[in-house]
Design a protein around this ligand. Structure first.
Ligand SMILES: [Zn+2]
Length: 904
């Protein structure tokens, strides 16, 4: 048959599609006796007919809206495609994925989904039953158009892949895929970003700014960090994906990226070292096998330059949306295809190559070195089509094993933690911030971890735990995820060579959520007693419908659709709160993030707020109803009292610096301030340089940003003129005047170095220029001692964990006036989780400082206080700094009651 030998990927596939179309038309003449699918194929719209170009053509990109329109047309024309609405994006855009399979499979979807569910949650299943289900079931494979929207090829390849699968169903290989696999094909997993990037490119293609970087984030708040949110689930997109995966339980999740290490053309698993320590080995083996099969498929098509492992992409951090599912016994991975910029082609010569690759030597895992030449969007699309099809081919050939191994992963995990510690984690309800454990547990539950609660007081390992205590029994199938998030990380000591500098972790080394969120969690090292087991009741609530717009619980830090759409998460709530006592003032216990939600709400309602030197906020001038409503909805520990004590705090005129360089940290800060009800203004370079800032603002925040970026921004000529440059010398003078006249400038992490230099602060970064083999503390949690008397750190415990990443370490210089807010211990290691080399560079040094300058303050945080929306324990420091102005600021620093120890 003329269609039997069609090759299914890339340019050949496009040529083939035309052949099929022609054959289909010919089939309309009765004499040929064409098979039934031919008639259907004839009606299928090609990508080219719908878009006006072929996916992968130079200078052409389809938006998400256009891509979705094409998928809708395919759905209408084919019985092999069904579109499913997954949810809405951060910008409210409807978000769909396609199920692609044989008509027979699509007719039995409910049955196949039930099998996938049963094997994913194997409790009570025997091996024999599991084998039968694996044989009967179909593989579910998630493939998508990427979530890093500037990596443009992925979302173009999904359009072609959809067509190829549907139009060439009689090709033997494709037929096997459609018979054995239900493809969950997502046009994009960042629809907003795809539109943003494509529209930007269209605006500038053919101009001198054709390849200019995007001057904004390609996700409403967090841009590239949309692939770092898999367990925190702060963003709507992360929750939509996670919820959908839990509904369908795919056995493979494959996400395309585009930062192949130059000059290789595609990076594939196996991953670099280290990988997550407790992943089921079958999952790692599966991903390794798939990586090798993709490479082989590429070579078969003459697509050279595939590589594996290397030093770049390790899999230690579980925040990747395309790796976390490994901890739930799903083969999840990503690949990195080469990219120039957008849809613009580029010619490379050997002179562009790094020296060790210019010799074009064959390597064991890079046996077909790429020799340079043109690299086009179409090449990247073709590599991705080969890779995606190879993954589907693997799933079709090894369908039974894939399904059975999903079962084995869960079964083995349940057995493991029935026999070895930790047997459970206990989470007391009574905590400093009663909402923090709820925020932690709701995230775990949304990710599929079951939570119970004690129905009666029980003594476990010598400690009595009251009824209501939450319990995570570890004999459950996704237990490894709970362990990865709750336990301390010990990053392996990997060196570039013996005694050499440590290898740079690709991402964070330690993230332990109880430390970051300030939540006490108790690991249980001995088996739970029968009495304890008998007192466990699974937590379950009434789940909200994700289609309803506004189902986030008011105490949650995330906007709707929130965690309540999961039944277990919906059942995890803070204890009901009512204000104790009587009186016109509401006094809020210290240390609660939601105190700031209450204060912001009170200001908005025309009330007044004051802060005492124990970190207690008092709210006055609002009605009883408002007061009670705040306490109940925000689950506040609070009481009513007589006249307010402490210092009156007015609502600040707050600004957040927003560079054109698309700062993720700015985005995370903006997100956080919005969630906690702060009113603020985004401050752009021109606004800063225009000066007279004190007339407009009381407090200015600058998130983590390099000094050079703040000062200089994008170089002139690389972006359209409105986006070029930084705040410049005018901006520095304006900020200096703003502080000296009484303003508060707050700088996170690297931006502290900008402030020290630009404003000539008597503070020094003591680790500047220290060699990496002497001091290395990237992406870890360190312990600090806190001055709890200062308004910015009031409400903290005396010791706290802070997340550092490329962080400065401070000492004060002669002439310093102000307060050391946090400092590292005088001796010994402050490491709580992750990796630290050279603790002596931290001992006795400061991690946060309030510097007096003129009549104002510069508050420096030498860490990441809101890193990726995770450290709930340090959020309140940002909030407190955001309201650190007026009377409170005038009294702080050097006056009695505020601790100002000397720092050497
Ligand atoms: Zn990427």
């Amino acid at each position: 048959m003329h269609r039997a030998k069609l090759v299914m990927t890339g340019r050949l596939a496009r040529a083939a599609a035309v052949v099929v179309l022609v054959a289909g038309m010919a089939a309309e003449t009765p004499a040929t006796g064409a098979p039934p699918e031919a008639a259907q194929v004839a009606a299928l719209p090609t990508p080219e007919s719908a878009l006006g170009f072929r996916p992968g053509d130079d200078f052409k990109l389809a938006t998400y809206d256009e891509s979705l329109a094409y998928f809708r047309a395919l759905d209408a024309a084919s019985d092999r495609v069904t579109l499913v609405e997954a949810g809405r994006t951060s910008e409210g855009r409807p978000w769909f994925f396609a199920l692609v399979s044989s008509p027979a499979n699509l007719a039995s979807l409910d049955r196949y989904r039930a099998i996938a569910q049963r094997l994913a949650h194997p409790s009570g299943l025997t091996d024999e039953e599991a084998r039968r289900l694996a044989a009967e079931g179909r593989a579910f494979v998630h493939i998508d158009g990427g979530l890093h929207a500037s990596e443009v090829a992925a979302a173009q390849h999904t359009i072609q892949l959809a067509y190829d699968l549907v139009a060439n169903a009689s090709d033997r290989r494709i037929a096997r895929i459609l018979d054995n696999v239900v493809v969950m094909l997502w046009p994009s997993v960042n629809p907003d970003g795809q539109n943003i990037v494509v529209n930007w490119y269209r605006e500038h293609v053919g101009t001198p700014y054709e390849v200019a970087p995007l001057p904004r984030l390609y996700q409403k708040y967090i841009g590239h960090d949309n692939n770092r949110d898999a367990y925190m689930l702060d963003m709507i997109e992360s929750r939509v994906l996670t919820r959908t995966w839990r509904e369908w339980e795919p056995q493979i999740i494959y996400v395309h990226h585009q930062t192949s290490p130059f000059p290789t053309r595609i990076w594939l698993p196996p991953f670099a070292e280290p990988i997550a320590s407790e992943v089921h080995p079958l999952m790692s083996r599966t991903v390794n096998a798939i990586g090798m099969l993709i490479a082989q498929a590429l070579e078969e098509r003459g697509q050279v330059g595939a590589t594996h492992m290397g030093t770049g992409f390790d899999a230690w951090y579980p925040g990747y949306i395309d790796y976390l599912p490994m901890l739930k016994n799903t083969a999840a991975f990503w690949t990195e295809t080469a990219l120039y910029r957008y849809a613009t082609p580029h010619y490379y010569t050997l002179a562009d190559f790094p020296r060790d690759k210019a010799a074009l030597r064959s390597e064991s895992l890079y046996p077909s070195p790429w020799k340079g030449g043109w690299w086009r969007l179409g090449d990247a699309v073709d590599y991705m089509l080969t890779a995606s099809t190879a993954v589907l081919d693997y799933a079709a050939r090894y369908k039974d094993e894939l399904l059975y191994n999903r079962y084995q992963g869960g079964r083995d995990t349940i057995r493991k933690y029935a026999a070895e510690p930790p047997y459970a984690y206990l989470v007391p309800q009574d905590q400093r911030d009663p909402v923090a454990p709820v925020e932690l547990l709701r995230r775990l539950a949304f990710n599929g971890i079951r939570v119970s609660a004690l129905t009666a007081p029980v003594t476990i390992e010598g400690r009595s735990h009251p009824a209501g205590t939450w319990v995570i029994p570890m004999d459950q199938e996704f237990a490894e995820l709970a362990r990865q998030l709750l336990e301390t990380q010990t990053y392996p000591d990997l060196r570039e060579y013996p005694e050499g500098p440590p290898e740079q972790p690709y991402d964070a080394a330690g993230w332990t959520l109880p430390y970051q969120m300030g939540v006490e969690v108790v690991a249980v090292a001995t088996p739970l007693s029968d009495e304890a087991r008998a007192s466990l009741a699974p937590v379950e609530g009434r789940p909200a419908d994700w289609r309803s717009e506004d189902d986030a619980a008011p105490f949650d830090s995330v906007p709707g659709p929130g965690f309540d759409t999961d039944p277990v998460a919906a059942g995890i709530r803070p204890a009901a709160a009512t204000p104790s006592g009587s009186g016109p003032v509401l006094v809020i216990e210290p240390g609660q993030n939601n105190a700031f939600r209450a204060v912001n709400a009170a200001w908005r309602a025309g009330g007044a707020a004051s802060l005492d030197d124990h970190g207690r906020w008092a709210i006055a001038g609002v009605s009883d109803t408002v007061m009670r409503g705040l306490v109940e909805s925000l689950a506040l520990k609070a009481g009513r009292a007589g006249p307010a004590r402490g210092v009156r705090v007015e609502q600040p005129r707050l600004a957040l610096y927003r560079p054109w360089t698309a700062s993720m940290d700015e985005g995370w800060t903006r997100w956080l301030l919005e969630q906690y009800g702060f009113d603020f203004t985004s401050l752009y370079n021109a606004d800063v340089a225009a000066g007279d800032l004190g007339a407009r603002f009381d407090v200015i925040l600058i998130a983590d940003e390099r000094a050079g970026t703040i000062l200089e921004g994008f170089q002139a000529g690389t972006v359209p003129p409105p986006y070029a440059g930084g705040i410049g010398n005018d901006g520095v003078r304006a900020l200096d005047a703003f502080v000296r006249d009484g303003g508060t400038l707050v700088c996170f992490n690297q931006s502290a170095l900008f402030a020290i230099d630009a404003l000539h602060l008597p503070v020094q970064n003591t680790v500047a220029g220290v060699a990496r083999e002497a001091f290395f503390a990237s992406g870890s949690i360190l312990e600090v001692m806190v001055d709890t008397a200062h308004p910015v750190t009031s409400g903290f415990p005396e010791r706290a964990g802070v997340f550092v990443s490329r962080s400065p370490v401070f000492t004060t210089l002669p002439g310093f006036e102000g307060t050391v807010l946090m400092k590292y211990r005088a001796s010994g290691s402050p490491l709580m989780s992750g990796y630290l080399l050279g603790e002596e560079h931290l001992n006795g040094r400061a991690a946060a400082i309030d510097v007096r300058l003129g009549r104002g303050h510069v508050v420096l945080f030498g860490f990441r206080p809101q890193w990726r929306g995770q450290p709930f324990a340090t959020f309140k420091m940002i909030f407190a700094a955001a309201v650190f102005h007026g009377e409170v600021a005038a009294q702080a620093g050097g006056t009695e009651g505020f601790w100002t120890p000397p720092v050497k």
